[in-house]
Design a protein. Structure first.
Length: 181
């Protein structure tokens, strides 16, 4: 009898040990996945340093959203406002969370001179539009062009050289990106 009791105890102990090892392995894998996700996020942030990657991603975003009508407070392909378009673009393409409003976005990153603009920089204008804050935001995409949700024509590309935008330019800001490790 003792012999069979010992075999059962031995079997139970091995089973318990196997369950514990599987639990440890599963937990380890879960942790690795989270770190990989964080590293992927950092890598996507770092893409802002590569002008070619940024302009490519901005072109993709413009292709998807071009012509979407402007709608104050909107946040979908049915209608979107300028700050939501900027917020969604940075979230979708670079995994960067920005505030929802244009005013809050004016405090993100560091202020830069207009002459130092790079693709991915935020460009702000004082439009004095009565329906909103009086501020407008877009994303610089090179060659003195920026993408934005225009109140009159929806999501589109405009030039900083156009008289309307030139007269209303307020500031530009560059978002800070973490180092890739």
């Amino acid at each position: 009898m003792r012999k069979s009791h010992s075999i059962i105890d031995d079997y139970s102990m091995k089973k318990t040990l196997a369950i514990m090892m599987l639990t440890v392995l599963a937990t380890g894998c879960a942790s690795t996945g989270k770190n990989a996700s964080s590293k992927n996020s950092v890598a996507r942030h770092a893409q802002l340093r590569d002008n070619l990657v940024v302009t490519t991603e901005l072109k993709k975003q413009l292709k998807q959203w071009k012509g979407t009508p402007y709608r104050l407070g909107g946040d979908s392909l049915n209608g979107i406002d300028c700050s939501a378009f900027v917020q969604r673009t940075f979230n979708d393409k670079f995994d960067i969370a920005l505030p929802r409003t244009t005013l809050a976005q004016t405090s993100q990153g560091i202020k830069i001179p207009k002459e130092n603009l790079k693709p991915g920089d935020l460009v702000f204008f004082k439009t004095n539009w009565r329906g909103g804050s009086g501020l407008h935001v877009g994303i610089y995409n090179g060659n003195n062009q920026f993408i934005h949700a225009s109140t009159s024509r929806g999501v589109m590309t405009s030039s900083l050289d156009e008289k309307y935008w030139k007269q209303r330019f307020y500031q530009a800001r560059r978002l800070q990106t973490p180092a890739v490790t």
